[in-house]
Design a protein around this ligand. Sequence first.
Ligand code: CO8
Length: 260
Amino acid sequence: MTFDNLLIERDGPVAILTINRPKVLNALNTQTLDELRRALLELGDDASVRAIVLTGAGDKAFVAGADINELAVQSPTGGREMAMRGQHIFDSIERMGKPVIAAINGYALGGGCELAMACTIRLAADTAKLGQPEINLGIVPGYAGTQRLPRLVGKGRALELLLTGDQITAQEAHRIGLVNRVVAAADLMKEARALASTLAAKAPIAIRYILDAVQAGLEMPFPEAQTLEATLFGLVASTEDMREGTKAFLEKRRAAFQGR
Ligand code: CO8
């Protein structure tokens, strides 16, 4: 895989995916989004990749949003297509069946905050700033910010952020539940890699089913979501990893999961 605007590094079962346009604070233009789409597809298909860390190049930004140079010349129909394409790519993060950890190393604004919200878990550097400043450009979020933000932080807080366009600190983002954890900027990648390694050692099929159950279940009526959970429980009970996990517990040793 070769890309102009992405870097991919492997660390055993963990892949580190870096959006690499630091001169424009890693803004997402069409090419970068398309590269992201291809990278996610390939990392999703690669069984040796068990967890992914997504971050931005440099120490200033995770992603400062969609590329405003492209937005400025957008046509109505083109804008709709562009929003839907981006939504589809971000959805693929939630559907890939592997944990994707956002390591938010600076500004996560607009499309950048939306990208982080599509990830499984968010770690933020104590220097990070998050927000949905689209309102200040006279536009609405287009990569599902109006949907993921209220689901993460509640309607009232989401509306305040969406309507003011204000940037908030990592600490405030943590207080309202927008990020899982705040760490010293210098430790961010170490912490993100450590969490990814921990998740990479878990049973991959169980990981996939938990992600599916939470993701799909949240959009279902509760009784149907419980049925989905029970069905996935039945499926996972057929795996070698389930036998290994329970046996290892009883034998007082660490389980070695194979993803079968
Ligand atoms: N797009 C393009 N270029 C950008 C972007 C961006 N989003 N953000 C920063 N840059 C560029 C700047 O223009 C500047 O370029 P140059 O050096 O050539 O002047 C360079 O990056 C460095 O930025 P600044 O000089 O502005 O750095 P500061 O430290 O002064 O400020 C900020 C940092 C506060 C992050 C500031 O750059 C900023 O406000 N950026 C824009 C943030 C923003 O509004 N993001 C939301 C964009 S809209 C969006 O994401 C909608 C998503 C859905 C789209 C749906 C499809 C239609």
